[in-house]
Design a binder for this molecule. Structure first.
Ligand SMILES: Cc1cc2nc3c(=O)[nH]c(=O)nc-3n(C[C@H](O)[C@H](O)[C@H](O)COP(=O)(O)OP(=O)(O)OC[C@H]3O[C@@H](n4cnc5c(N)ncnc54)[C@H](O)[C@@H]3O)c2cc1C
Ligand code: FES
Ligand code: FES
Length: 499
């Protein structure tokens, strides 16, 4: 079937659900607990931070089952159309035996208060199912970074995860073919449209259908991963009269590695984009991308949602601006492409007309003489919002002259912004200590940051200048001779703090 249908269809465990009168912003967590009585999934923070509400969402992509841990508290039920949701209630095998992850938690004494345990178990199961996510100890830490244990019992949980990674197949392996078959049967290529007293929901089947929906209803709210929008509902108690989830639109889920640029479509999540981004931006991946929220947040949140949200402290924009990214916008059949920095006009104001949407972003592949670096400064290493993020792209000729400089900061102004005076102090100059000092002076002219709960203006100005020094230590003329690079030292400090 193509055309339009008026219900949302998905599985929870092995149970099929079709919902025709769902409130568009009913969260998956509330629906599971209150409508289905599945209270194993817990509510802690209700804002994507603690992981107590972690569930698994399984989708058929091509012919492959893809398993993702997400925070049920900031997913709307409607976004599950076409998926299978697994909760802690589904983890026991049909013969009643514990899942290998549950057994490992028992064996290693990984459960203390027990409130956070279902969420940990779900993240651990996801870690076993997701290709290549958990390959070493860092992978375990990353996988568990989105689950908080307030009684500080991480060590036995990490031991349980190690044991679980070694364990044999689980009952889902035996069911994989059935799961794939029934998810295949849910694919009908239809656009979903549901209107009711609590609002309207449109799930366009294609980018063309999205373009027409937004032309007809320019005030409709696009929802990509809902990792920003979800909080408007759960914490801001905002009513969104018409939402348009775009996560399932195949033409917006493209990642294209072109010889000169990487293209990332609007529905591509951080987790999906990560490998391709790492190929061209390896250091920002380590320092920034893997620190965007948690696995659960990166599994839902999109690169383009991070841009479209327009936050001055979003981590993606400064990195992508420094890398020279271009943003692709579409309204109806009219498309335009702009430099990413031009999208951010002022606080809460972006260059996006009514009915227009972000179709994708492209990032040029850096040449061999270009170095791109970025550092996120936040109070906590994992799961924290930046106080400041500095991103730098320098093209350095073999004689040590900076041919081109792009410098962008988050957290220093009302929008993510380029530091034009700093760039001028760098470009055309030898990359030496005199130039570094000139750039440090220039950055004070570029920004007049504010004081807020994350950092004072003094701290922001000082750290911004010090990030230039860090850049110099990392890729200046003496970097190779330094006994221990600043980056290595800081990385070690970060690991120590986390561990
Ligand atoms: C616990 C937690 C931790 C987080 N940590 C970080 C972090 O470390 N760093 C960071 O930068 N962010 C962080 N975030 C914020 C968020 O995860 C990111 O901004 C994410 O990339 C948003 O993407 P999304 O797809 O979820 O956007 P959504 O919430 O779906 O949408 C955000 C906004 O963009 C609009 N929008 C989305 N897609 C389009 C489109 N294609 N065209 C036009 N408008 C569109 C929506 O209408 C909405 O206004 C965190 C969030 C949570 C809950
Ligand atoms: S309840 Fe804390 S992440 Fe959902
Ligand atoms: S076991 Fe629940 S907070 Fe530690």
């Amino acid at each position: 079937m193509t055309g339009t249908r008026h219900d949302v269809r998905f599985y929870v465990g092995n149970e099929y659900h079709t919902l025709a009168d769902i409130a568009p912003t009913r969260t998956l967590l509330d629906w599971l607990r209150e409508d289905r009585g599945l209270t194993g999934t817990k509510e802690g923070c209700n804002e994507g931070d603690c992981g107590a509400c972690t569930v698994l969402v399984v989708r058929l992509e091509g012919d492959r089952l893809v398993w993702r841990a997400v925070n049920a508290c900031i997913q709307f039920v409607a976004m599950l159309d076409g998926a299978q949701v697994l909760t802690i209630e589904d983890m026991r095998a049909p013969d009643g035996s514990l899942h290998p992850v549950q057994q490992a938690m028992v064996d290693q004494h990984g459960s203390q208060c027990g409130f956070c345990t279902p969420g940990f178990v779900m993240s651990m199961v996801a870690g076993r199912k997701a290709d290549g996510l958990v390959q070493d100890e860092h992978g375990i830490d990353d996988m568990l970074a989105g689950n908080l244990c307030r009684c500080t019992g991480y060590a036995p949980i990490v031991r349980a995860m190690r044991q679980a990674m070694q364990a044999g197949p689980d009952h889902f392996d035996a069911m994989a073919q059935d799961m794939a078959d029934r998810l295949r049967r849910l694919r009908d290529g239809a656009t979903v449209d549901i209107s009711g007293p609590t609002g309207r929901l449109t799930i366009p089947a294609t980018a063309d259908a999205l373009a027409s929906t937004l032309l007809a209803s320019p005030d409709a709210r696009i929802v990509a991963g809902a990792t920003d929008v979800g909080l408007w509902v759960t914490k801001g108690l905002r009513v969104l009269p018409h939402i348009v989830p775009i996560g399932g639109i195949a033409d917006l889920r493209r990642i294209e590695r072109r010889p000169d640029a990487l293209y990332i479509g609007a529905a591509v999540t951080w987790q999906e984009a990560r490998a391709a981004l790492t190929e061209i931006l390896p250091q920002p991946d380590d320092e920034v991308i893997r620190r965007i929220g948690s696995v659960q947040v990166r599994n839902a949140g999109t690169v383009c949602g991070n841009i479209a949200n327009g936050s001055p402290i979003g981590d993606g924009p400064p990195v992508l601006i420094a890398a020279g990214a271009r943003l692709h916008l579409r309204r109806g059949d009219v498309r335009r492409t702009i430099a990413l920095e031009d999208f951010f006009i002022d606080y809460g104001r972006q260059d996006r007309a009514a009915g227009e949407f972000v179709e994708g972003v492209s990032i040029p592949v850096p040449g061999p003489q270009t170095v791109i670096r970025a550092w996120k400064i936040s109070k906590r290493f994992d799961q924290d919002i930046s106080a400041i993020l500095g991103a730098f792209s320098l093209t350095i000729t073999p004689d040590g002259t900076i041919e081109n400089a792009r410098v962008a900061f988050g957290g220093m102004a009302a929008t993510p912004r380029r530091a034009s005076r700093t760039e001028a102090a760098l470009a055309g100059h030898k990359w030496d200590e005199t130039t570094l000092e000139a750039a440090r002076q220039a950055i004070a002219q570029d920004f007049a940051p504010i004081t807020d709960m994350r950092a004072s203006d003094w701290y922001r100005r000082t750290v911004a200048a010090n990030l230039l020094t860090r850049l110099y230590a990392d890729c200046g003329p003496d970097a190779a001779r330094a006994p221990i690079s600043v980056r290595t030292a800081c990385k070690a400090a970060g690991e120590h703090a986390h561990g």
